[in-house]
Each structure stands twice: as C-alpha cells, then as structure tokens.
Ligand binder design. Structure first.
Ligand SMILES: *Cc1c(COP(=O)(O)O)cnc(C)c1O
Length: 339
C-alpha cells in the first residue's frame, strides 16, 4: 500500500505556484530592478498601492524584510514601539525590531478581544516623558489579521480608532498586514478600508494568495524612496524581479478565493469540535486547538498524515488554496478524537 500523502496544514505559505502562475512567470517582461526599474515589478507595485490605498509600494522578498524596513525608518534608538502581544514583529522576527531597527518593544494586552488592544490602552501608553532617561513612545505597530491570536480580524472602525489614538499622541502607525487580504475578505471590505490612518503597511503575496515569494511595503512616495535604499542595504534588491512580480500579479487576482479557505477553516473547526477538540471558532483561515501536550499531539497527527505546527502552547492549523474541502474532510477522519 502506498503511504497516504500528508495533508499539510502547517501554513498557507506551503502553497505552490500552479500552471497559470508558472506560465505568467515564464512570460514576464523583465528589466533590471536594481539598475532602474523592472516593468512588471512596477506594475505590481502600482497595483498593490492602489489596493492598499497608499501613494506607492515596494516589492520586498519577505514580510519580515518589509516590517524591518518600515520599523527601521520609523524608529530611532531610545524609542519605544507598541504592538499587540504575540505580534509577528515581537515574537517571530528574531528581535530585529529592537537590535536592527532600534526600538524597545512594549506588548499590548488583548483587552478588546483576541489579538486586539483597545484605543484607550494605546492612549494610556503614548506620549513623550520629559524625563531624560525615559523612552519616547513613537510607533504603534498593528497586525491584521493577528496570526498568533488565530487569524483574528480588527474591523475598520476599531482599526481607525486605534490608528487615531496613536496619531493624536504623535505616534506613527505601521500595519503588519501579512494577511490583510484575509481580513478584508472576512470583513467584506476593500483592503484600503483597513489601512486608514496608517503611515506604512506590509502585505504578503506568498501566503494565502499563493505566490512563491514576495511581499510589499507601502506608504508615501517619500517613504518608498527611502525604503528602496533600505532594501538595498539589507541585500533585498533583485534584478529581473519581474519573474517574481508576475507571480504576485496572478496572486492578486485570487483575493476573493480566500473566502473558500475561510469556509474550509470553519469546516475543520466544526468537525474538530464535534470530535471533542477544544478549538477556537476561526474568523479567517487559522484554527487553534488547545491540547494538553502539543508535542505529543503533533507527533500523533504527523503519523496520521496531517501536518500542523505549535503556536503559543496550542496546535495551529492553516487552510489554504492547495487543500480543498475533500482534504479537510479527509483530515478530520485522520485526526479523530483529541489526545
Ligand atoms: C508570515 C508573517 C510575516 C512575515 O512574512 P515572511 O514572508 O514569512 O517573512 C509577518 N507578519 C505576519 C503576521 C506573518 O504572519
């Protein structure tokens, strides 16, 4: 008997380019993006800026680099930045926000709901102390959807209140919108409705949208000019980037189909709950399950042919375009009862 192929729910980053995307990459019109500009890169950047409601955008190889570029340009040594507890910039970027961008992090409690601080909390922490030995709080870094809170969404009015609370206190605002597309689809609003009041935003093309590589960091034209220099400093300039940007353009045609991933996440969560698992109700494409021993559960799942990852003491399952409804039903049969 052949071993069943594992159903890979570790992340939406495991998606592979399909034929249409590969064909677009092969046919891409290219230039040298480091020397002057690659035409397909430029087309992608303009389209993303339009979608995000910013003046301009810059392609970057990863979301991590996009966040680092933005934080480096916003922060100076002796500054503090605020971010919701569990944010990617706090826990999953090796502390670069501190040791490269130079900001001291302060985590915000989720006092408005999973992954969501209140505007009042931001108000209570903002501002410059006159004491010479105190940090200056200069940046609010939001995350929508919030990954480690289980892909939770911040609705537009709440987002706007958070951004306004920061701006009124003289803070800048960066949005880590790695999965802003999922948030927009779940909330049934255009992505630009979730960037109101921000200075900069980072968005990934390589997660649910399925590009093999690439993110964008967006803001004003002046920001993007500086971001381009910073990208070069970090070794992130690419030459015939059009090959990658072409994948990004195809990826952007697929925003609406994220709704299917969200349906599949609900199917998975409901099925797990029926089988006695302690799961969160997903708002987007991430399902968190509380188990007594994540290591043991993940190993059992691996043997059963379902791949997941640990996340804050829970098991994280992520649905994506390379797993269909049938795969989710199959995964549920393989998963069985919790243990
Ligand atoms: C994945 C992710 C990133 C980083 O993207 P990479 O392309 O993996 O570097 C940043 N923020 C959040 C919330 C993410 O989920």
């Amino acid at each position: 008997m052949t071993k069943p192929v594992a159903i890979d729910l570790r992340s939406d980053t495991v998606t592979r380019p399909d034929e249409k995307m590969s064909a677009a990459m092969a046919a891409a019109e290219v230039g040298d993006d480091v020397l002057d500009h690659d035409p397909t890169m430029r087309a992608l950047e303009e389209r993303v800026a339009g979608l995000l409601g910013t003046d301009a955008a810059l392609w970057v190889p990863s979301g991590t680099m996009g966040n680092l570029i933005a934080l480096s340009l916003h922060l100076q040594r002796g500054d503090r930045f605020l971010a919701p507890r569990g944010a990617h910039v706090l826990d999953h970027e090796l502390g670069t926000a501190a040791w490269l961008a130079g900001g001291m992090p302060q985590a915000l409690e989720w006092n408005a709901g999973p992954g969501r601080p209140t505007a009042d909390l931001v108000r209570s922490l903002r501002g410059r102390s006159t004491r010479y030995d105190a940090l200056h709080t200069t940046l609010l870094c939001l995350e929508n959807t919030h990954n480690s809170a289980g892909g939770s969404v911040v609705p537009p009015h709440e987002h706007a209140q958070l951004a306004a609370a920061a701006r009124d206190g003289g803070l800048r605002v960066h949005l880590d919108g790695a999965r802003i597309w999922n948030a927009a689809v779940a909330l049934e609003v255009p992505p630009a409705a979730l960037t109101v009041g921000v200075d900069t935003v980072q968005a990934c093309l390589s997660k649910g949208l399925g590009a093999p590589v690439g993110s964008v960091v967006a803001g004003t034209a002046e920001f993007v000019t500086e971001a381009r220099r910073m990208r070069k400093m970090l070794g992130g300039g690419v030459r015939q980037g059009g090959v990658l940007a072409a994948a990004g353009l195809v990826a952007l045609d697929r925003i609406d189909s994220l709704a299917t991933d969200h349906e599949n996440a609900r199917l998975l969560a409901d099925g797990l709950a029926e089988r006695g698992w302690d799961v969160t109700t997903p708002q987007t494409n991430i399902v968190l399950a509380a188990v007594p021993d994540t290591g043991r559960t993940l190993e059992r799942l691996r043997r059963a042919g379902v791949l997941a990852v640990p996340m804050n003491g829970q098991v994280r399952f992520v649905t994506h375009r390379d797993v269909g409804r049938d795969d989710i039903e199959d995964a549920l049969r393989r998963l069985g009862k919790p243990s």
